[in-house]
Design a protein around this ligand. Structure first.
Ligand code: SF4
Length: 438
């Protein structure tokens, strides 16, 4: 399985860009959401799963306000509140948890996978949710082979030293050991890793089908009862850049990562599809025929934002871990000038294709020291700053235009048909600023 597909890359680096650039490493106060936030998009994707956060009232409030209150649908997440007597060691938390899980499953027997999600409070009192999940899985999952029963897994969404997209990474990594083993000699299969909105998943599924790559699995699957098989036959593409732990878990099961740009913009999406096409021996003519229409459509859609964004300076504060690929998209396809690209963690291996495409003058920073970071933003005065919700208003009050980083995680932004919307998400705050100035 090898080959070189046509459609020459339009964004070859002229030098090594930021591949070897020095990284400003910061440690200190941070302003990011915790990993529980991921439940907002994960529960929409995995339709037979339920997320039970074992946490405090603060955790429950965060989830409710991040997800909005669902009036018509019974939600597929909840919080088991750790009360003061639990904290004081006056109650057996494991007994309490078993009771709550039993109540939940009596009311919602359709739940096929139950995630026990750890939080800061559950970690502080050292509640072993791994052990609890194993115990509950033994009693509740006995008939799973017959299509009934509930699988019980656990992961941590704690906010201690983490950022909010790590919740998805931890959740997917917890699923990997439960993917069926592929049989020896199984035909090569593609696995797409990272949560995508259903509409985007369907677009990619169609494109892979037209390329002749029919054996495609998705992690997470819409129904966790249908987790794809994994093994030495698996080649996987990352749809999201924040999945380092999941990558390690898949590699431990023999799967091979296909290095690629992330599928943002016309060129990023082309290169992402090309990585799969090369691995599956798709001929160049076939690749051109399938990919060129979408690529052209994306370029036309992006062009609507070019006049407003070209030459504008942009800073990313460390938040979603999408910062590097999005800065690459804005720089190579819209002519924006990245001033500082901050990211909570810099996974050099996963960013190996992205970093050389960033202009070499870009300041790359990892981690956060909030005060020093804000001092740099004030000194740089970029045209647009991508940051967390809590920082946006103060920066706007200082006359700086901002974009909420979390909006980029909640919006469909991958692939050809979303490329125009992605560009517009950055153009909108600048448009608003210009209107307010008139
Ligand atoms: S997990 Fe920690 S950071 Fe997140 S809401 Fe609960 S207490 Fe707050």
């Amino acid at each position: 399985m090898s080959g070189e597909t046509g459609l020459a890359p339009a964004i070859a680096p002229t030098d090594t860009g930021c591949a070897d650039a020095p990284v400003l490493r910061e440690r200190g106060q941070r302003a990011v959401f915790c990993g529980l936030t991921g439940i907002v998009w994960l529960h929409r994707k995995m339709q037979d799963a339920f997320f039970l956060v074992v946490g405090s009232r603060t955790c429950a409030h965060l989830l409710q306000s991040a997800a909005g209150v669902m009036i018509f649908a019974e939600p597929r997440f909840a919080t088991a509140i750790i009360e003061e007597r639990d904290l004081a060691g006056m109650a057996d938390c494991h007994d309490e948890l078993d009771r709550i899980v039993a109540q939940l499953l009596a009311r919602r027997p359709e739940i096929r996978t139950l995630f026990l999600v750890g939080s800061c409070p559950s970690e502080v009192i050292k509640l072993d949710l791994g052990k609890a999940a194993q115990r509950l899985d033994r009693t509740l999952g006995t008939d799973r082979g017959a299509g009934v029963g509930t699988r019980v897994l656990h992961y941590s969404g704690s906010g201690i030293e983490t950022t909010f997209t790590e919740g998805e990474d931890a959740c997917l990594a917890a699923l990997v050991p439960h993917m069926p083993a592929a049989s020896a000699g199984a035909a090569p299969a593609l696995l797409v890793v990272g949560t995508l909105p259903d509409v985007v998943e369907d677009q990619f599924r169609r494109l892979f089908g037209e390329l002749g790559i029919g054996n495609v699995g998705w992690l997470p699957a819409r129904q966790l009862a249908d987790l794809p098989a994994v093994g030495a036959h698996t080649r996987f593409l990352l749809a999201q850049p924040f999945l380092g732990e999941t990558v390690g878990a898949l590699q431990n099961r023999g799967a091979r990562h296909l290095p690629a740009l992330f599928p943002f913009g016309a060129e990023g999406t082309t290169e992402w599809l090309r990585a799969a096409a090369d691995a599956f021996g798709v001929c160049p003519m076939q690749f051109n025929r399938v990919v060129a229409p979408g690529r052209e459509r994306a370029k036309r859609a992006i062009a609507h934002s070019q006049d407003r964004l070209r030459g504008k300076r942009i800073t990313f504060l460390p938040d979603s871990q999408l910062e590097v690929p999005l800065a690459r998209f804005l720089s190579t396809e819209l002519g924006m000038v990245p001033v500082e690209v901050g990211t909570p963690y810099l996974h050099r291996e996963l960013m190996a294709r992205e970093l050389p495409l960033l202009p070499s003058a870009t300041r790359i920073s990892e981690g956060q020291h909030l005060d020093r970071q804000l001092d740099r933003v004030r000194a740089d005065r970029p045209d647009l700053t991508v940051c967390g919700l809590g920082l946006a208003n103060p920066l706007e009050a200082e006359g700086l235009s901002t974009k909420w980083a979390i909006e980029l995680v909640f919006s469909p932004i991958h692939g050809f048909d979303q490329a125009g919307d992605l560009a517009d998400l950055f153009a909108r705050p600048l448009r608003r600023r210009d209107v307010l100035r008139v």
